[in-house]
Structure formats: structure tokens, C-alpha cells
Design a protein around this ligand. Sequence first.
Ligand SMILES: Nc1ncnc2c1ncn2[C@@H]1O[C@H](COP(=O)(O)OS(=O)(=O)O)[C@@H](OP(=O)(O)O)[C@H]1O
Ligand SMILES: Nc1ncnc2c1ncn2[C@@H]1O[C@H](COP(=O)(O)OP(=O)(O)O)[C@@H](O)[C@H]1O
Length: 178
Amino acid sequence: MVIWITGLPGAGKTTIARQLLNTLQSQNLHANLLDGDELRSVLDNPGYDKESRQKLAYVYSGLANLISSQNTIAIVATVAMFDEIREWNRANIDNYLEVFVKVSDDDLLKRNKNNLYSKSNKKSNVYGKDIPIQLPKQPDLIIENSNHSSIDKHVETIVSSFRLANSKGEDTKTLWQA
Ligand SMILES: Nc1ncnc2c1ncn2[C@@H]1O[C@H](COP(=O)(O)OS(=O)(=O)O)[C@@H](OP(=O)(O)O)[C@H]1O
Ligand SMILES: Nc1ncnc2c1ncn2[C@@H]1O[C@H](COP(=O)(O)OP(=O)(O)O)[C@@H](O)[C@H]1O
């Protein structure tokens, strides 16, 4: 199973994904987290131009698929704002749950992750500034993560969807148990 958590920088993907990982592991399930920022540093920080991001997104998908094929839940927390990638995921990953972490522009600006949204920021390749955003069209779940909304609640919602997705196939029900 792959739980693909996507959203713009600062939406709250890492915060939610880390707590989700703890929750699943505390329920004796095998789970791993592939976080965009962390994976980028392991891979020697690929660029932020469209081509590099697209290439990297396929790496996330491929790694997640590999982890999932070893009966471990792969949680991915990445921006990867490409329709093409999400289509690839749906076509190639068995048991794929796409979670879109949504937040208002106001909250994004307040959080201002990595100073990306400051007017003084001279960085290029910033979503919404100089590169277009392809928001998820048909996510399985939308999490509205406005400031001070409860991360616990968000995680509960994702775990319920995960349980529902797994209860559909008897065979997969116990696959992730530690
Ligand atoms: N232009 C530019 N310059 C510097 N840093 C940037 C830029 N754009 C994004 N970021 C930061 O990189 C994180 C995105 O990494 P990802 O690999 O998850 O995203 S992507 O798939 O490449 O779009 C993302 O981290 P998260 O905030 O964790 O999403 C951003 O903080
Ligand atoms: N529900 C929330 N309420 C208030 N602050 C939040 C909430 N969710 C995330 N944050 C804060 O927003 C910032 C960005 O969160 P992060 O998880 O790093 O986002 P992302 O991984 O999507 O870039 C962090 O400082 C985090 O503590």
C-alpha cells in the first residue's frame, strides 16, 4: 500500500506524515516514510526545475512501489505536483491512496516554508510564482489543514481511509502486520 501525501510547500505534509507513521507503527503495522526534503538531501539535492522535479517524482513513485511490494506501507510526503505522476501511480501501484493536504493561500503565506513565499525571495522555480501548479484532480482524500486544525484528527481520517481500502480485499488485510 502506498499513502501518497501531496500538497504545496508548507501545507503540512511532513507534520501529518510523521504522525501517521507513528500511529501506524504503534498499531503494529510495518510502515516507512519517504519525505521529499529528506530524500532530496540523500540524493544530493536535485534541482527544482520542472524536468528535475518530474524525474525525482518518478523516483518517489518507484521507491514507494518497491517498499509496498515488500508488504510495508509506504508513506510518501512530497510536492510532486504533476498530473502525469499521479496517473502513473494509479496505473502502476496496487492499493494507492492519494491524500491532498490543502491549505489557504493566507495560511501558506503565514507559514512561508523555507522563505519561499516572501516577496524578497529571489529563488526561481517556485510553485504559484513562476511555475504552474497542477493540483490533484481526483484525490481519494482532501485534508483541510488550516492553521490550528488538529493533526490528530487528520491522521485519524487517513487511518480510517486506509482501513477501508484494505478491508475491501480480504487477502491484503493482514499483510502489513508486524
Ligand atoms: N524553488 C525552490 N527553491 C528551493 N526550495 C524549494 C523550491 N521549491 C520548493 N522547495 C522546497 O523543496 C521541497 C520540495 O521537495 P519535493 O521533492 O517534495 O517537491 S518536488 O516534487 O520537487 O516539487 C519543498 O519542501 P516541503 O515544504 O517539505 O514541501 C520546498 O520547501
Ligand atoms: N494544523 C497546523 N496548524 C498550525 N501549523 C501547522 C499545521 N500543520 C503544519 N503546520 C506548520 O506549518 C509548517 C509547515 O509544515 P510542514 O509539515 O513542514 O509542511 P510541508 O511538509 O507540506 O512543507 C510547519 O512549521 C508546521 O509546524
